[in-house]
Design a protein around this ligand. Structure first.
Ligand SMILES: Cc1cc2nc3c(=O)[nH]c(=O)nc-3n(C[C@H](O)[C@H](O)[C@H](O)COP(=O)(O)OP(=O)(O)OC[C@H]3O[C@@H](n4cnc5c(N)ncnc54)[C@H](O)[C@@H]3O)c2cc1C
Length: 417
């Protein structure tokens, strides 16, 4: 006997912040939603653990929930020029908290389940299913290794920076969307939070590291978390490197980790934090923060949301709130349209063509691109493009960046939105 294909209004690929938020919003709107997550838990690996407070957090997670699991960070960031020769401090306009990834993801999972969202763990999506030039579902490998199909009115690709959905539609994550990033959690760090309360960012230009002269421009950061704990990391900035072939060589993963080990041991200002410290977590991953994916509706029926769409504010690499905002927008706009087409019956299998007509897709896109959240991210990418061109390509060397530090400080002080 063949198993009947399951049908949901929203088929959501990936149980990270974007996918879980979309499922919560869809379920609150009265729709059937399923989340397919490849791992044995939603959001298996810690990614962002710092967030500025926006009303959406109360709306999705519950009033003051985020604050209840978090540690309030300082109101400023300190930026260090190459070699830590000069520093500048910039204020933060919103309260900012650090929290544990697992607490945040588990809350989203609990809320989704309470609302009746089906979360299928160990269910790895392999590819979209298309019919008449429209995506109508996905194929996935279930927990027993069997290939299954699941169909829906709308398919959301929320499967992060290596999105199988995005790759299916030829989104060039590795070369044009993603930057490598090392995430590291440290306890017993050599830090006095009273003396160093701020987030610390250290610019390293191309050519600054004599042991890796062709290493791309990058930033190392330190987030003080209290109780002698810190999050530290290394973000490579690759958006200018295609024009810097003479001086920059894209490093392999092992070369990145070698540089990271060296930076921890010996980089002015930065390596001091590691004296006597324990490394509790260390991983090389990637973050989609070079540019937004233009083709975020790669075919009728499917939308890329969150990291799979490069929807990250590249200043500070903040993707949590923006992936949640994008998820809310797309779950709401499609809920409204499905309701309209079905006369409130929440199921529109017969109206799929209308739901995804070219005219309607254009309307959805127009609304999204006029949304202040979309405009903010677009503007941020524009600004960081110019900023990084200036410091990392035009000035490039440590000496020249240090000479122009006053101007760079002014640019860094442009207000946070
Ligand atoms: C080191 C690091 C530090 C960061 N720091 C911050 C920060 O401080 N503040 C901030 O706002 N943002 C930060 N970010 C960015 C933020 O974490 C991301 O923007 C955010 O997690 C994006 O959410 P997402 O749901 O789109 O993707 P993800 O969080 O990547 O979730 C994707 C989910 O999809 C699942 N999945 C993948 N492929 C499949 C498949 N084929 N089938 C089924 N499931 C699949 C994954 O297992 C995962 O659960 C950081 C990111 C990194 C990497």
């Amino acid at each position: 006997m063949t198993k009947e294909i399951e049908f949901y209004n929203f088929v959501i690929v990936g149980g990270g912040p974007a996918g879980l938020t979309a499922s919560i919003v869809a379920a609150r709107n009265g729709f059937k939603a399923v989340v397919l997550e490849k791992s044995n838990v939603a959001g298996p690996k810690p990614r962002g653990e710092g967030i500025s407070i926006y009303p959406l957090l109360d709306e999705i997670l519950g009033k003051d929930f985020l604050q209840s699991i978090g540690f309030r960070s300082s109101v400023a960031s300190t930026w260090h020029s190459p070699g830590d020769l000069q520093q500048t401090k910039t204020p933060r306009t919103r309260p900012h908290y650090f929290f544990k990834w697992r607490d945040y993801i588990d809350r989203l999972v609990d809320l989704a389940r309470e609302l009746g969202v089906v979360i299928l763990l160990k269910s790895e999506v392999i590819e979209p299913i298309e019919k008449d030039n429209m995506c109508v579902g996905v194929k996935y490998k279930d927990e027993n290794g069997k290939i299954q199909e699941i169909h829906g009115n709308a398919i959301f690709g929320c499967d992060g920076h290596e999105s199988v959905i995005g790759k299916h539609y030829n989104i060039p994550y590795d070369t044009q969307i993603n930057c490598p990033i090392v995430k590291c959690l440290v306890s017993n760090a050599n830090i006095d939070i009273n003396k160093t309360p701020n987030l610390q960012f250290y610019f390293i230009g191309n050519g600054d590291l004599e042991y890796a002269p062709s290493f791309p421009q990058c930033v190392v950061y330190v987030f003080p978390l209290g109780k002698k704990e810190i999050e530290v990391g290394l973000m490579l900035r690759l958006n200018r490197v295609h024009k810097m072939k003479k001086t920059v060589k894209i490093p392999s993963n092992s070369e990145i980790m070698e540089v990271w080990q060296n930076l921890k041991q010996d980089y002015p200002g930065f390596s001091d934090f590691f004296k006597g410290a324990n490394i509790d977590y260390e991983e090389l991953t990637a973050l989609s923060n070079i540019r937004m994916v233009k083709n975020y509706i790669p075919t009728a029926g499917i939308i890329l949301i969150g990291d799979s769409a490069g929807f990250v504010d590249p200043f500070g690499s903040s993707g949590l709130i923006y992936s949640m905002e994008a998820a809310k927008f797309w779950a709401n706009i499609l809920s409204t349209k499905i309701n309209e087409l079905s006369g409130g019956k929440t199921e529109v299998t017969n109206h799929l063509e209308e739901l995804w007509s070219s005219e309607n897709i254009e309307k959805y896109k127009k609304k999204w691109e006029n949304n202040p959240i979309f405009k903010h991210i677009k503007k941020s990418y524009g600004l960081i493009g110019k900023f990084e061109w200036y410091i990392f390509k035009h000035l490039r060397t440590s000496e020249r960046i240090n000479k122009k530090w006053k101007l760079i400080s002014r640019l860094l002080k442009m207000p946070e939105k």
